[in-house]
Design a protein around this ligand. Sequence first.
Ligand SMILES: [Zn+2]
Length: 189
Amino acid sequence: MTSRGSRRRATGRHVAEDQTHNRLTYTCKDCNKVHQGLPAVVFEAPAPYYGIPAVEREHRTMLDEDFCCIDRESFFVRSVLIFPVKCVSDTFEWGTWSSLSKENFERYLRSFEDFDQSKLGPMFSWFCSRLPGYGMTGSLRTQLVPQDNRQRPLVEFYPDETHQIAIDQREGITIDKAIELARPVLHKH
Ligand SMILES: [Zn+2]
């Protein structure tokens, strides 16, 4: 993890790198061992970035752990989408990407090092990650909510959003679903 990544957690939360805030333990179907905690599923770039041919990315895009820009006219920031997990205190976290207007992107950039970045207030944003199993999520409206203490901003779907992703954020997911979602990254270490 780079210096910036270590200052802003992958999950955007005050947690140890080993995610010991998650007490959930379970026996894994894949390796039959007991795992503890739910690793975050993190996307390295916003979905539109992957639509740019690889050979064109170098001159058309800018990408690091927190910011992405395409053709100097589309702006994205790393965000965190949290699903509660039913019946336990654990959460399931996605490391997602969210669009911002040029004006809000510049506001966000200017205050990025500030410890009181929630002062920006919620900003309109399109959700820009494709979560496996959730179909098309690229045109969902959200509010991006900047956080204090150099934590990544949180994604909030609008209360009237009826897409499953918004329902799962509002109502939470079962432990079994959380484990299933975490499965692709459980054995990456
Ligand atoms: Zn396993």
